[in-house]
Design a protein around this ligand. Structure first.
Ligand SMILES: Cc1cc2nc3c(=O)[nH]c(=O)nc-3n(C[C@H](O)[C@H](O)[C@H](O)COP(=O)(O)OP(=O)(O)OC[C@H]3O[C@@H](n4cnc5c(N)ncnc54)[C@H](O)[C@@H]3O)c2cc1C
Ligand code: SF4
Length: 502
């Protein structure tokens, strides 16, 4: 029996406490690569959780979502057990809620009015349950266009921005082909984010749905390299660049060239390929003393991967000071605040608290830790990381605070500086680079060259899946207007929109 579902009770939030999805026990989940959450663990509680929504007159949750998700609408429908309509309402604004329901940091929950003096609605979990149930119940069917427009579009890059743009444009009737240099489509959803956060069959079935609708995929093609970008532009009526921000930041310290020092985006794609059964080389953390430099999602994904590979120890160096437990004064509601968060990977390291796990405090992260250099042995293999406390402000190493941490595998997760500029795209299409180092575009996502558009991290810089999907939807509207003179496709965001977040 599930939690009582007080449908129609406007004060349900007073009687029903917030409850989250259950995670599998750490010792169980670090032995496999399956998602850390229990499959369908939400079923018994989700109606009651959705009913906590107050259906606010001004739903701040909706305003905080880049997709403009109709959150109070689907909360009400779920509380009333109307899953078909909830699914229709959710998919009206989000092409891929099965990804955001798992991976979004949920700025909507930070902005939920209940969160002012209580616990916010579990919006993300409600979204996820609607999305998963839609697949199981057959609500998720291909939607091929009623008639072809006779226009053709090429999309370069198959991450969430490219996929969302492709689905919107195909459904609008345009013959759409996605070009991807990797062997399979998906972008960072496939080769960045590990299976323990997103099992890849979820991506595969979405791509199969898109193929059934008519979207074509050409994988293993590097546009700008073996296929010239200007030739591709000439073959299609419009071209969308959704190539991501894949240029990794470097760390300007001695020892970067030692064997055993790797970019996270060398390490994670190999690990993900191995989990998919593709074979190929793997940088294994098994039995090694791993140090991860960096503090974001990528670092946490390296941590969870290294634990599953059987690392002897894992430490993470974050140059930023430890964030506060609660919202700082400068980050009031409804801002998505920078607070101390324990990801599932950190939870695993803390629970293991031994080989492969956390240190004295349990948390594998060392905050305000500046890397001074990597130290190697006579054979040129990394053996240690020399670090120091980071000065507040300029984050330089503070003199007199240096210490040495043993390491024979170092993973650099320092973020991304923008799209690659040496792929041939820039020169062949005459692209401009903006002040932030991204591909420049105007307010309508158009690059300087006629019929060329830019969407997702390539134009926005390193961001989030929800922004990539929102930009994919918006660029589809811009392309549709360019091709036909008008559009009814939604455009939830403009290139200049920024999150109400730190
Ligand atoms: C490890 C990791 C974990 C993350 N975790 C989260 C998370 O939990 N939540 C969240 O919201 N965001 C997360 N992000 C960020 C999120 O994945 C990105 O913001 C999002 O994927 C950007 O989408 P995109 O479509 O713009 O680009 P990408 O996903 O980067 O896709 C770009 C695609 O273009 C292809 N490409 C590039 N150049 C060419 C070319 N010349 N020819 C053909 N193809 C090309 C690339 O191979 C790639 O497949 C994470 C990022 C990383 C690296
Ligand atoms: S802000 Fe919170 S309580 Fe209000 S409508 Fe949105 S989810 Fe419901």
């Amino acid at each position: 029996m599930g939690e009582p579902r007080p449908t129609g009770d406007p004060k349900a939030f007073l009687t029903t406490p917030r409850r989250l999805r259950e995670r599998r026990a750490v010792p169980e989940r670090v032995r496999d690569w399956s998602e850390v959450y229990r499959e369908r663990a939400l079923l018994p509680i989700i109606g009651g959780q959705a009913a906590r929504c107050m259906d606010c007159g001004i739903p701040f949750c909706h305003n905080a979502c880049p997709l403009g998700n109709l959150i109070p609408d689907w909360n009400t429908l779920v509380a009333a057990d109307d899953w078909r309509d909830a699914s229709a309402r959710l998919h009206a604004t989000n092409n891929f809620p099965e990804f955001t329901g798992r991976l979004c940091p949920a700025p909507c929950e930070s902005a939920c009015v209940l969160g002012i003096d209580s616990d916010p609605v579990t919006i993300k979990n409600v979204e996820l349950e609607i999305a998963d149930r839609a697949w199981e119940s057959g609500f998720e069917q291909p939607q091929p266009p009623e008639r072809p427009s006779g226009r053709t579009v090429a999309i370069v890059g198959s991450g969430p921005a490219g996929l969302a743009a492709a689905q919107q444009l195909t459904r609008a009737g345009h013959t759409t082909t996605v070009y991807e240099r990797a062997d399979r489509p998906g972008g960072l959803l496939r080769y960045g984010i590990p299976d323990f956060r997103l099992e890849k069959y979820r991506l595969d079935r979405r791509i199969e749905q898109m193929q059934a609708e008519g979207t074509r995929f050409r994988t293993g093609v590097a546009v700008g390299g073996e296929l010239r970008a200007d030739e591709l532009r000439a073959r299609y009526d419009a071209l969308v660049l959704a190539v991501g921000a894949t240029a990794c930041r470097e760390l300007p310290v001695p020892g970067m060239d030692l064997t055993g020092v790797h970019q996270a985006m060398e390490y994670l794609p190999m690990a993900n390929r191995a989990v998919s059964g593709d074979g190929g080389p793997v940088i294994s953390a098994e039995g090694r003393q791993v140090v991860i430099v960096g503090g974001g999602d990528t670092a946490a994904d390296c941590l969870g991967t290294a634990l599953r590979q059987g690392a002897a120890t894992v430490r993470q160096l974050d140059i930023n000071p430890r964030p506060p437990e609660l919202r700082a004064d400068g980050q009031p509601w409804p801002v998505h605040p920078k607070v101390y968060r324990i990801t599932t990977s950190h939870e695993e390291a803390m629970a293991l608290d031994g080989p492969g796990g956390g240190g004295e405090s349990g948390d594998p992260r060392w905050f305000a830790a500046a890397t001074v250099r990597f130290e190697g042995d006579a054979e040129g293999r990394v053996r240690a990381v020399r670090l120091a406390e980071a000065e507040p402000g300029d984050r330089r190493p503070r003199p007199g605070t240096e210490r040495v941490l043993a390491a024979d595998l170092v993973l650099l997760a320092l973020g991304f500086s923008g799209p690659e500029r040496d792929s041939g795209l820039v020169g062949q299409l005459g692209l401009d680079i903006d002040a932030a180092g991204n591909f420049a575009r105007d307010g309508g996502f158009a690059a300087g060259t006629d019929g060329v558009f830019v969407a997702g991290d390539a134009g926005r810089g390193q961001s989030l899946i929800v922004w990539a999907i929102a930009e994919g939807r918006s660029v589809a509207a811009a392309v549709d207007r360019y091709l036909t003179g008008a559009t009814v496709l939604p455009a939830p965001v403009a290139p200049t929109d920024r999150p109400l977040a730190t």
